[in-house]
Design a protein around this ligand. Sequence first.
Ligand code: ADP
Ligand code: MG
Length: 588
Amino acid sequence: MSRIHTLSPVLANQIAAGEVIERPASVVKELLENALDAGAARIDLTIEQGGSGLIQVTDDGCGVHAEDLTLAFARHATSKIAHSDDLGRITTLGFRGEALASIGSVSRLSLTSAVKGAAAWRVTTAGSDASLQPAPAAHPSGTTVEVRDLFFNTPARRKFLKSEKTEFEHIDELVRRIALSAFSVDFTLKHNQKTIRHYRSSQSEKECSQRVAALCGSGFVEQAVRMEAEAAGYQLMGWIGLPTFSRSQADLQYFYVNGRMVRDRSLNHAVRLAYHDVMYGSRFPAYVLFLTVPPDRVDVNVHPAKHEVRFREARVVHDFVARGVKDALAGLQPLNTCPSAVCPPLSSAPVVSAPHTPVSSRPPQGFLPVWQALHDVTQPSKPAVFSTETQDAAVPPLGYALAQLKQIYILAENVEGLVLVDMHAAHERVLYEKLKQELALGHLVSQPLLLPLALNMRESEAAALEAQSELLQQAGFRIQRAGLDSVMVREIPALLRDAPVDELVRDVAADLVAGYAADRLNERIHALLGTMACRAAVHARRQLSVPEMNALLRAMETTPHAGQCNHGRPTVRQFSMTELDALFLRGR
Ligand code: ADP
Ligand code: MG
């Protein structure tokens, strides 16, 4: 090893750049953030060769004073903070004073800028900050930054760049994320001389929706609801996708904290939790959410690329977000949420949501077969969810079963025409709601295991299960600590008897340890109940008798959220006579 020496500023900058500038899209992010911090109303972005040829950002923001131009390129030079107190209340996207220095150390960089009413100047650098000589230039008030030949002097980084197409896709996604956070700013994006995107500035609610549609697809906006919530100085607003619009990837999830896009485990968890009841575990909700937090209650100086934040009241924020989204979802009206035109609500009259269906007060006696459990729910049935005033009193809202199709669908006739029901999905929802009701009344029936199940786990998990044993008991589990790192499962909820008990118990334990503890256990149990209902529901490909089918229809009518199964899939579709007639070109 040689002796210790101080690195040259150029090399030090290149090392520092490694943290922030990973690929062309990271440059775009820093430059767009600078433009937004400068108060731009319009930002034009020009890209060549996926960004490795050219990244040019032009804004009409406040500009840089000629005297400050060279300073802008210096490391730790910023106009955005001055005192360490300022770190505790950051309201700009940038504040580290590093981006231009970093970008300048790994590219040929020029910045041309004019403040309002003054002449424009330009500084240029190529991989070093040694020769900064501002020169007069022509530019309207605002700033243009040009980054050419990214990583030309750091071949190691350049080698890691992906194809032009892939790098551009990253840029496109980045621009989308930023454009979503700044509705009032007009963005254009050009690649290789072709205009690829133009996001128009939007003010009114309608324009904002259009912008979300342009950014996230019109399918999303059509199947999302706008939500707003406020509490204790926190505000949450945005668009949340209907459960039926769930995705197989977490690719339509945008979360902003004070206008900054963030990836935050706890916020993601909060949203997931809100969807738990209505979405299958392996599906992902779609959302665009904006959280506003007083600046002194969030620390953004956590990560060099600034996509992580730390909340002063992490728990409060988590619960606020979960509650807000959950309430918004609960307000949805099951059948009105049908997306397609062939699937109008069962009736145009308002649909009552989430009624408290009377539950039989008789305590359950042991484990009832699934099918019988279903009949129980149907007992004192006053149609609630599907009730409408206009409906013919004699025919129930979902009508009477005609037949079963391929042992999967129930065909029924009601006043309006044909009703199609996915029997598995519908039964699952009915069972799930029944389990929830039982849980709410505190009698989830448990069943002893013939052979108690010993489970080894981490000490912290075993301890968490022990600490929550009372709550677990309410949900039908009896679990005892057996050793430092083991527990003994003695009883499980009767309806869960066919489930992989060890997995369930481990999941609960892991969640408890992760800190989503005590009061959320209840929600966790609901999620488990959802999975269990799915396993216990009648399987597709089972022959049902007409009375059984009618029983299911009646049960659905009294079940909250019956319009979709707890995986978010629809359970029922209505085809009106008009639609059927149209299908057959039959005039009436
Ligand atoms: P930071 O954004 O963290 O302050 P940067 O290196 O990104 O650090 O920018 C340094 C400074 O240059 C900023 O503080 C700002 O004063 C100025 N600056 C950079 N880009 C722009 C721009 N587009 N418009 C106006 N000022 C800019
Ligand atoms: Mg910056």
